[in-house]
Design a protein around this ligand. Structure first.
Ligand SMILES: Cc1cc2nc3c(=O)[nH]c(=O)nc-3n(C[C@H](O)[C@H](O)[C@H](O)COP(=O)(O)O)c2cc1C
Length: 213
């Protein structure tokens, strides 16, 4: 292999993160970093990795799109009957990580997860393009299917069924909100001496600490 995997490395020089710049709570810093990621990142800035754990303690990690962020938490949408949906039902905790490559930044969020209200799920579902709305009906997410034809056929039938009316939101599809217990901001720095500021919620107060990289 050329170059070898072990030789792949990049020195991070773009920016720093100091306690003087950082607010006492994490949400406004997330909002600032997210806005900068939307402007600067060449890939989807709202793509993140979501980790859940199954009953045997096995972690599962996959990419999802963040669809909302405010002081209540971080919202994403999926199939409630999917593998992740089942894992979150049994163990309503998750971790979320953003890697903003161009900005040399990572954000790690950990906390508890619950479904958003039906109204919130409806509002987002109905804002989606028709293809995505029908796709949520057509795909039994995480189930084994015989072949791709199954999906194409499901979609063709749904297109007929909803030719003259808007599809309702499937009851098995909607939003989740991760309410954070901790949020860590990581800024790449030269010589691997990166900046890490960790916010942890203790008795309702955000406590900020610097961690060694
Ligand atoms: C860039 C990207 C964005 C994705 N966004 C979502 C999403 O918002 N919701 C979702 O359910 N799956 C999304 N997926 C698919 C998931 O990664 C995953 O395959 C799917 O949710 C099934 O996961 P599970 O079997 O662990 O439940 C996305 C995949 C990629 C690569």
């Amino acid at each position: 292999m050329n170059p070898s995997i072990a030789d792949l490395r990049r020195n991070y020089t773009r920016d720093g993160l100091s306690e003087h710049q950082a607010p006492v709570e994490p949400f406004s810093l997330f909002a600032t970093w997210f806005e900068q990621a939307v402007t600067i990142e060449t890939t989807e800035a709202n793509a993140m990795m979501l980790a859940t754990v199954d009953a045997g303690g096995q972690p599962h990690l996959r990419t999802l799109l963040l669809k909302g962020a405010d002081e209540r938490g971080f919202v994403f949408f999926s199939n409630y009957a999917s593998a992740k949906g089942e894992q979150l039902k049994a163990q309503p905790k998750a971790a979320m990580t953003f890697w903003w490559h161009d900005l040399e930044r990572q954000v790690r969020i950990e906390g508890t997860v619950e479904k958003v209200s039906a109204e919130e799920s409806d509002a987002y579902y109905h804002s989606r393009p028709l293809g995505s709305r029908l796709g949520a009906w057509a795909s039994p997410q995480s189930q084994i299917i015989a072949d791709r034809e199954v999906l194409e056929q499901n979609l063709a039938e749904l297109e007929k069924q909803y030719a003259n009316e808007a599809p309702p939101r499937p009851p098995h599809w909607g939003g989740f909100r991760l309410t954070p217990q901790s949020i860590e901001f990581w800024q790449g720095r030269p010589s691997r001496l990166h900046d890490r500021l960790s916010y942890r919620l203790v008795d309702g107060q955000w406590i900020r600490k610097r961690l060694a990289p």
